[in-house]
Design a binder for this molecule. Structure first.
Ligand code: FRU
Length: 543
């Protein structure tokens, strides 16, 4: 008989049941990683939001704890929404989060501190009795229903703390800036840190420095010539996240993007699929910055209620500035590789046009696969039409079944034997004016026979030069998730899929080339992934 829960994940974080959304307050304290997240204890749809809590030593296997923050004060009576942790000098974590104070969802910012700093799990949190610390008023021109999601704070050379809160004024999205000397009395700055017209509400902003050389991360309060700054906003209107790279002018306390703005037309995205409300933190033990993000369902609400759960956390990604300094690069944290087993390696080989090979020996529903390609004859590439500016549209129109000269080639994940169902993650290469254009797609249109699911195709342009670099793809396949990394993490696409046939033992994994020209597989390595320990105990009510 088919498994009753074919879409539950094996190594992506999810609780035993109910709704989850944003990751909150990630940090490392005394060698232990903390993940808090938005959670509905009462059902598989959004509502009744509390901060659920798990800890880990590897960010993959987790131990659940009682809810850390839940309504208990007038300042959060109607919900404990997203927020962030800051480690104060002397290794003292502190949390700022959004409290909901009335049924109209009026938002204020609150503070909580660990009850007992000698508990490495930081299981109990005490709220500041004088909460809220920041609230919307007529004088400060903040709209009470658009004032949420405080970031990790940073400390200036003047010993003053800064934090930003997501907001909007009419259609202008903004990052409201507050300052404080003691973390308790906060004053709103006259100017926002940054704003952009016509972007709507900025949810879950994130603002952090990245080193201009190498892959190491730096602490939030690092400034100077060796860093650039990143500003990210999650746009409520489109449910997509955009970021820019730029300069933080400390004297003006303003951020200036190098190019463009946080803008839904031209902006850069962490992920071109389903990925939202993400947040980074600096891991000072391993000197890296880590990005966490929420992957929502693509199934119907009725199906979510039926299966009893909704939402997962993406695999944590290390994040750093690309050599070009024009974009970020992300890669699954190295700890994930401990979950690998049953290594399968295929010999280097040509994949001729219109062919496909099966990757057997791994469990296709729970796998990690890395493939890299070399193109013998790039000159055969079709000419790129400069009017093709939208990669997602291009991927939808030129899906996995539409062949060109160079591509589609890549992977067919969660495929049924007869290919009635599959998710195709692939590249297509075009000849641009003075360089080749590489398109990366994740095509869900054939992922399930169930048409109640959102099967939108996703796409991104990948900044890789196929003349000088090999073209690589890594996909993390996990029952209902296909999380893909192109070009070593220069473009990422997370997708949710719900096969009806390609489940459990009936799923297959293939490498394919449906273009007319041959491509060469340089390397193909695949692994089964061990089930992670995420919620060993079935806990009915964690509180
Ligand atoms: C983003 C978001 C945040 C808010 C939280 C509520 O997904 O809407 O802006 O704080 O979720 O759960």
């Amino acid at each position: 008989s088919p498994p009753s829960q074919p879409y539950r994940t094996g190594y992506h974080f999810q609780p035993p049941k109910n709704w989850i959304n944003d990751p909150n307050g990630p940090m490392i304290y005394k060698g232990i990683y903390h993940l808090f997240y938005q959670y509905n204890p009462k059902g598989a749809v959004w509502g009744n939001i509390v901060w659920a809590h798990s800890t880990s030593t590897d960010l993959i296997n987790w131990t659940p704890h009682p809810h850390a923050i839940y309504p208990s004060q007038p300042s959060d009576h109607y919900g404990c929404w997203s927020g962030s942790a800051t480690i104060l000098p002397g290794d003292k974590p502190i949390i700022l989060y959004t409290g909901i104070i009335d049924p109209e969802n009026t938002q204020v910012q609150n503070l909580a501190v660990p009850k007992n700093l000698s508990d490495p799990y930081l299981r109990e949190w005490v709220k500041y009795p004088q909460n809220p610390l920041m609230e919307p008023t007529i004088e400060n021109e903040i709209n009470g229903s658009s004032f949420r999601d405080p970031t990790t704070a940073w400390l200036g050379h003047d010993n003053i703390w800064r934090v930003i809160i997501g907001s909007k004024i009419h259609r202008k999205g903004l990052a409201v800036l507050y300052r404080s000397r003691d973390f308790k009395k906060w004053t709103k700055a006259k100017h926002p840190l940054h704003s952009a017209k016509d972007t709507g509400m900025w949810e879950c902003p994130d603002f952090f420095p990245v080193s201009t050389s190498g892959q190491n991360g730096v602490d939030a309060s690092t400034f100077g010539p060796n860093v650039k700054h990143v500003l990210k906003a999650s746009l409520d209107d489109t449910k997509h996240e955009y970021y820019t790279i730029g300069t933080y002018n400390i004297t003006l306390d303003r951020y200036f993007p190098d190019k463009g703005s946080v803008d839904s037309d031209s902006g850069l995205r962490y992920d071109y699929g389903k990925y939202y409300a993400s947040k980074t933190f600096f891991d000072h033990e391993k000197n890296r910055r880590i990005l966490l993000g929420w992957i929502n369902e693509s199934s119907s609400v009725a199906d979510d209620i039926k299966k009893g759960w909704a939402g997962v956390q993406a695999i944590p990604r290390k994040i750093w500035l690309d050599k070009s300094r024009k974009q970020l690069v992300q890669w699954p944290i190295v700890e994930l590789e401990k979950q690998r087993e049953n290594h399968v390696q295929l010999p280097s080989q040509f994949l001729k046009g219109g062919s496909r090979i099966e990757v057997s020996g791994v469990t296709p529903v729970q796998a990690d696969v890395e493939i890299s390609f070399e193109i013998p004859d790039l000159k055969k590439a079709e000419v790129f039409n400069p009017s093709w500016t939208d990669p997602q549209l291009l991927c939808s129109q030129k899906g996995a079944s539409v062949k060109s000269a160079l591509g589609p080639f890549g992977l067919l994940a969660l495929a049924s034997k007869d290919l009635q169902e599959y998710t195709a993650i692939f590249f297509k290469i075009f000849k641009g004016k003075d360089k080749y254009v590489v398109l990366m797609c994740s095509d869900q249109s054939r992922s399930s026979l169930n048409d109640d699911n959102d099967k939108t195709t996703y796409g991104a342009f990948l900044n890789v030069d196929p003349v000088h670099e090999k073209l690589s793809l890594r996909s993390l396949i996990d029952h209902s998730i296909v999380e893909s990394f192109g070009g070593g993490g220069k473009a990422c696409i997370a997708a949710r899929v719900y096969p009806t046939l390609a489940i459990d033992k009936n799923a297959h994994l293939y490498a394919f080339n449906y273009g007319t020209e041959k491509v060469k597989i340089l390397n193909l390595n695949a692994w089964s992934m061990k089930k992670a320990h995420i919620f060993e105990s079935v806990i009915e009510d964690l509180k």
